[in-house]
Ligand binder design. Sequence first.
Ligand code: ARG
Length: 458
Amino acid sequence: MSKKTKPWGGRFREATNEQVERFTASLHYDRRLFRYDIDGSIAHAKMLAHQDIITQEESGAIVKGLKGILKDIEEGRFTFSDEDEDIHMAVEKALIEKIGEVGGKLHTGRSRNDQVALSVRMYAREEIRQIGAALERLKNTLAGLARAEKSTIVPSYTHLQKAQPVLLGHYFLAYWEMFHRDADRLNDCLHRVNRMPLGAAALAGTSLPIDRSFVARLLRFPQVTANSMDTVSDRDYVAEIIFVLALIMMHMSRLCEDMILWSTDEFRYLEISDAFTTGSSIMPQKKNPDVAELIRGKTGRVYGALTTILTILKGLPMTYNRDLQEDKEPLFDAIDTVKASLDILAGMLEGVTFNRDRMKAEAGLGYSTATDAAEYLVRRGVPFREAHGIIGRLVAYCIGAKRTLSEITLEEYRRFHPAFDEDIFQAISVESSVNARESAGGTAERNILKKLSEIEEI
Ligand code: ARG
């Protein structure tokens, strides 16, 4: 582009170095913002006429021209030129080409600094809505699994050592809670994203009689941003969104890790469907959980995006600096990654089949109901610490005798404490173990059903 065709060409005598043009360009990625740039400009042009800063005819011509450009882009007729620095310049240049000099009135009372902020905020709030909807779909899948597996008994783990039997429905509802918090966090950050920045201009506002609230109303922003300097340099909302996305990835990654582990030959708790697994090019017997592994792996890119944006922001002097152009690629990549992962994870989970017999059998091994035996004594007046010691010695005895808690006799139990009765065998069964845990938030099936009916009411 020659110096004359640059919007800021006036004070320059030399053309921009070509390498600099390539280095500073963002069009190849920010073109995805075209709709928001154009909608924002249409609202701005309408406001300029409403405030008599330009005439109704001028505004009408600008709006018509912009709508034509939108259509051209949507229908693939628009040719993006390498000469354009970013989407905002490309649209403005096309407008002037289309409607002539009057197109040059669009940039009245605004700058690219607030214009970029407007497009990113509009893009972000739309994506937040879409990710919210994808989270709802995943939560529904998890609630469906919880209902289907409400009485399936599975071992639970701490330190990846077998802990206590739980219901598989309870496990899925644990993930439901995580994604529910994520949806809540996303909604919360929407309040801060949803502020209208246009009119901050370069950084200090404008001397022209603009009406920022008018633009906000047209673009359905509940509020305008408060301080013009903050407005052009603020990217807190980008960091905040990426942080929420990083947590969503982390939650998906943990769920995937369990699915990977539980599908191994060593666990054999579940099988992921053929449609969501891949084979090996050399080992014919293999069926690999690549989808789950990739979600786990892609978590790294979203964490990377968070580190990127935080690092970009940390040393910036007030106010706008070109560094801020680097906010978009991490944001776009994090959003694309989370959307793709949420969608495919829901699909993968729907095709998982569970090996219920094996999970139940495993849940009973490893003295997993020892706590139930201790609580049995507690109910008979034995202090918990003492009961813990008694059952600990009993478990050691069983290990020595190579028998489980249900394979020793009542007489043997009584050797450890006289309070044991015939009903101890019932108390240490995996079924009573899970269903006895009726404390608020505990694994009992009654709690699962209660939670599921609450979920259905939301
Ligand atoms: N593409 C740039 C960005 O995303 C546009 C802003 C340029 N503003 C400026 N004063 N050079 O930040």
